[in-house]
Ligand binder design. Structure first.
Ligand SMILES: [Zn+2]
Length: 305
């Protein structure tokens, strides 16, 4: 059976009973929390919800090859479902939310991060620190409602480069321009509590930062744990089933495609050597994988337990 024939046979709206296992898992997770095994601080994956996505978001995907990779991972390129995850880190005396989801602007399939915090056994009011990977809407819109900060006690940590970018209209193409309102609304609502940082050091004891530029110029990752650490790697990967084998298949919202590709290549090379686990906002919930070397290239496995 040729790959072209196989994907053609899937070229129709998929029924729930035919959904792949990964798609079912993503869709049923919203509002849930799952503890991720890591030494040191407690880490939880939070399911804000999911995005229905068409293939225009992955403009470089080669049909056939991409369809086979998606089907093998329990997904369908004709009816893609992308997780929107956030993460919660409990440190002594602090509760840190890494990204805040998409908010409620797009209906019931998103905006459940506060319920997920409760599901993890915490109160959203107790969040002390917001650790932002970047300020696109699906990460920052959940910070604000009606112009008001939804986490009024929390400091908002973000890279200085990210703040500079969103305040520099000359650098926004038409796609990035759609995200400016979310970034600026967050910076405005938390203006007295914004803490800009330079990646490379610790943002809080036990949480180090790493520059991951490309998807946005100031995107950063957060690393926790000692023996078997996790790097919360933001939007370096959107669909690991496609982009680990084909890192050149970028995402439409990558602000600088060449830089995003280089960051993806560098990170995949590094973690396939070191075994460092990757968590991601769009890696299928609970959103933690390990990248593995095989004879024919890289692959990945779930690594949340
Ligand atoms: Zn995102």
């Amino acid at each position: 059976m040729s790959p072209a024939w196989r994907w053609a046979s899937f070229n129709q709206t998929i029924r729930a009973s035919e959904m792949g296992e990964t798609t079912k898992r993503i869709r049923s997770a919203m509002g849930q929390a799952m503890q991720i095994a890591v030494d040191g601080p407690k880490l939880f994956a939070l399911a804000d919800g999911y995005l229905d996505m068409d293939l225009s978001r992955f403009p470089d995907v080669v049909r056939g090859i991409g369809d086979d990779l998606a089907i093998a991972d329990g997904q369908d390129l004709n009816d893609m479902t992308l997780s929107v995850n956030a993460f919660l880190i409990e440190l002594p005396g602090r509760l840190c939310l890494v990204d805040a989801g998409d908010g409620t602007r797009r209906g019931a399939s998103l905006g459940h991060v506060r319920n997920a915090i409760r599901a993890a056994g915490f109160d959203p009011e107790d969040v002390t620190d917001l650790l932002m990977t970047h300020l696109h809407g699906d990460h920052a819109a959940g910070l604000v409602e009606g112009g008001k900060a939804l986490f009024p006690q929390a400091d908002l940590h973000v890279s200085a480069e990210e703040v500079r970018f969103w305040n520099t209209p000359d650098e926004h193409d038409a796609i990035q321009a759609t995200q400016v309102p979310f970034a600026l609304a967050a910076l405005q609502a938390y203006r007295e509590r914004v803490k800009t940082l330079e990646p490379g050091g610790e943002v809080l004891p036990g949480i180090s930062t790493q520059a991951l530029p490309g998807h946005t110029p100031g995107q950063i990752g957060y690393r926790i744990g000692q023996a078997n650490p996790v790097l919360i790697s933001a939007d370096v990967l959107h669909l690991p089933a496609l982009q680990i084998k084909h890192p050149e298949w970028g995402f439409l919202f990558d602000a600088n495609k060449a830089r995003a590709l280089q960051t993806r290549l560098d990170l995949m090379a590094a973690v396939s050597e070191s075994g460092l686990r990757l968590a991601g906002a769009h890696i299928p919930f609970p959103g933690v994988i390990r990248v593995l070397k095989q004879e024919d290239g890289l692959t990945f496995e779930r690594a949340d337990s």
